[in-house]
Design a protein around this ligand. Sequence first.
Ligand code: ATP
Ligand code: MG
Length: 317
Amino acid sequence: MSGDVILHIEHLTKFFGNREILHDISFDTYAGEVFGFLGPNGAGKTTTIKIAAGLLSLDEGEISISGHSMRTQFEKAMADVGGIVENPEFYKYLSGLENLRLYAAMREGVTEERIREVVHLVGLDHRIGDKVGKYSLGMRQRLGVAQAILHRPRLLILDEPTNGLDPAGIKELRDILKSLAHNEGIGVLVSSHLMSEMELMCDRVGVIVRGKLQSVQPIDELIAATSPDRAEFLLRVDDPQRAKTLLSDLPDGALKLNEEGVLDLVLPIVGCDVALADINRRLITGGIALYTVSKKENRKLEDVFIELTGEGGGQIA
Ligand SMILES: Nc1ncnc2c1ncn2[C@@H]1O[C@H](COP(=O)(O)OP(=O)(O)OP(=O)(O)O)[C@@H](O)[C@H]1O
Ligand SMILES: [Mg+2]
């Protein structure tokens, strides 16, 4: 993994009224990584992100950014954060460049050279002179990222940044965020409710459900940990009932006859080729006509996510 701890969250708890929205959340994000904050609607992603971006207070716990406590060194902590939490607002009748200059004027030490640099980092060089009113949603989102990193924050926080973007726009934004992390050393924290998106964008992922952090791990470990250790096959035969009787020595639950009259066979993934060949041979020698054998696709990541997070992942029960 990458460099220093940029965002440190320890025992974060948040109430709205007497409802506990976040319960004892602790995790770190590092310089040079894209950290994904993954959870279903209402899990507490935006609330956590707003607190980390200094837009909401915390009730219990500690947060520090680049080693500066949000409780005792708020301004220093905030100096190292850039973010898009709600849709970035721009003046539509001004160009992208004019918008950035206006914003830069409110920030200390942002030079014209830095403006050009961020424009290049988000790939808007050719369109930065156009009026923002003519930008696509994806371009406005990239201008938002440019604005958020103008003051060279070490942490960039984005709440569901790909919402509403088309696949091409999602890929562009994803590539920019990965490049900012991996090439520029920025720590990027991005939330999403889509596991598939996290898989393509993030180095590590924290899963939050009903205000509680379930796990924090590298994305490939999360995928491996939740990937199936069994393979599933569908067998179409002329006489499924007799086939089932022929294979009645298989372990309980390994062979089922589904509603379409197709045999559903589950085998341990290790050695499944040999076991399947043996089953096929027994069927054929038993006089069964074997029409097709097909492998059922592995569970999609979305299913794994639903399994991990359960249903209705909102508030703490
Ligand atoms: N200002 C508020 N006052 C009271 N309750 C709130 C407030 N903001 C959020 N909540 C509640 O806190 C919980 C977490 O909301 P949050 O917006 O953080 O979830 P989320 O993970 O971002 O969900 P989504 O995927 O829908 O954006 C929800 O139950 C929500 O209704
Ligand atoms: Mg949200």
